[in-house]
Write a protein that binds this ligand. Sequence first.
Ligand code: NOJ
Ligand code: CA
Length: 553
Amino acid sequence: MPHTGQRAVAQEWWRTAAIYEVYVRSFADGNGDGIGDLAGVRGRLPYLAELGIDAIWFAPWYPSPMADAGYDVADYREVEPLFGSLAEAEKLIAEAHALGIRIIIDIVPNHGSDQQQWFTDALAAPAGSAERARYHFRPGQGDAGSLPPNNWPSVFGGPAWSRTTNADGTAGEWYLHLFSPGQPDFNWAHPDVRAEFADVLRFWFDRGVDGFRLDSAALLAKDPALGDLRSGQGAGAHPFEDRDGVHGIYREWRKIADSYPGERVLIGEVWLPDPERLARYLRADELHSAFNFDFLCCAWDAARLREVIDVTLTTHARVGATPTWVLSNHDVVRHVTRYGRADTAFSMSDRRIGEPADRELGQRRARAAALLTFSLPGCVYLYQGDELGLWEVEDIPDEMLQDPFWERSGYTDRGRDGCRVPLPWAGEEPPFGFGPDGCVPWLPQPAEWKDLTAERQAADPHSMLQLYRAALRLRRAEPALAGGDLTWLPSPEGVLCYRRADSITVLVNLSAQPAELPADAEVLISSSPLDHDVLPPDTAAWLRAGATSPGAA
Ligand code: NOJ
Ligand code: CA
């Protein structure tokens, strides 16, 4: 049976889009202070248009004290001054639209910043006040309330609670923060919180944004009892993850999105162990799509990838949702590095920074992975620098690390800075055109990135950049690639082989043996040079169909 992952309706743009994540701080620096900004992005829009993407997703661009790189938002209706201004964001949206690029922005609804007005008001108000009711404030346990109200852990390490100090200097209540202490969790049972975010969505939709990426989307609803986290709390019974109450919020948001013209979308960051539970967020009246983290975390292994692809297609088809495919983002070890390790699987709980990685092998596999990803039915996400084949920077000096993981883990988890190093655009030495000459990027760039600059790769027909451009161009030109059915074809062990609609056959050789290409193969593109009519290990190819199944060489 072929998989038909799409609803039988006209194809909406977001069902087959290629969406590029811009991490503003590290993309391009327009004013030379070493920090990427909107001026830098505006200057590079033609590069993104040429790359062939359909939309940009911006990591948070709001004013923020940067306790978690902007995921601690102090004002949801403004732009961080380091990045630019609201007026500049509006210009950027208009310029992107003129180039046919849509704009998706991050919204962070689970938590705000401890510098946000609501929270500073709450701290100034007494226990039990209306101001505190918008958050989760509780008395502590134990003698004089010196222990946290429950055992919930913070994602970044340590308890998810911090204690406040009363106006008279005595120790006060505790407040909940599933992430850093600078990110207090909102109380989504409070009507002010619901009304505020509905208004924020409208604020940005009114300014032309085409959609939102919903940060930590499965965490908003909390068990009102705030009881301890216990093992064995199955689906729906967890005190703060994936509670059924969260779906009502997204149904309300979907109505808001649908009330605007031009197919505005909601994309969920939903990390869940159960793909069936993930699919519930994608029902017709909830989110349009969600990131496929099972695919991102999967090892470079044919059988395991095939299983993830099958489960994705089946669970999404059941609710009429579009599948998505992603290899990297600003939270994970870059896939060139992951695929160059002995163990190519990834888990957020252990980044394994510093583990030996063969970069050449990782890049070869990353090229094949790009052709795999871009030939699956649905929507694809790229993270800035994927198209340059950047690797994780694992030797950032300790004192320069900024990610809260580093401190909160007691200096054991080096965190996510290694995938956030400023991009190399041109030239022979840092800042590699990231900003004007003489600018000092906020994180140091490896000297070897002189070989990976966008400028150098644009001049090299065999570069990663040229592979990305060519594959994205083909994907647009061949609607069967993104939108059609997927049918597995017989193949040797370690080789993925599938037919897209009736027109394209895809082969990805993850085995250590060469695989034979069908005799009549017309190769549209391959990730590495082919050896006559065999597909070398760690290579992918798209063939014009008509070709029969491959065999072992
Ligand atoms: C997910 C974001 O991608 C990550 O960068 C952030 O730290 C957490 N959510 C908390 O907002
Ligand atoms: Ca700047």
